[in-house]
Ligand binder design. Structure first.
Ligand code: FES
Length: 117
């Protein structure tokens, strides 16, 4: 008979497997704002660029985030890296998205003029 403790352990391992298979534990995490107002500001095309152009980068995880209370600065993109301060890019357009991928994600260069503190 399986004990409750064994069932809990099994569920934890399954949850970890699912998160790992989706890339959740990768060291570079990109969050594109996809709240309704962000979508109205054009963030879906930004998400499409990050998803398609980082698809072969095994160290990058891309996901959506919700309302950040900064409608006037949308679309927004947050980059979270292990051991580093979170970087939040604002007013991101398609060209900026490609440069963020090339400079920040591939070379580690923060484009400070597009960052909000
Ligand atoms: S309503 Fe626009 S960021 Fe929340």
């Amino acid at each position: 008979m399986t004990s409750p403790k064994e069932i809990l352990q099994f569920k934890k391992e399954k949850a970890k497997e699912i998160l790992e298979s989706k890339g959740f534990f990768r060291p570079k995490r990109v969050y594109v704002g996809l709240a309704t107002c962000e979508i109205a500001a054009g963030s879906q095309s930004i998400m499409d660029i990050f998803q398609s152009e980082t698809g072969n980068m095994s160290d990058v995880f891309v996901s959506a985030k919700g309302c950040a209370g900064r409608c006037n600065l949308e679309p927004t993109v947050e980059i979270v890296e292990e051991g580093k301060e979170t970087v939040k890019y604002v007013s991101v357009n398609e060209e900026k998205a490609r440069q963020i991928i090339e400079k920040h994600l591939k070379k580690g260069e923060i484009i400070s003029e597009w960052v909000v503190k």
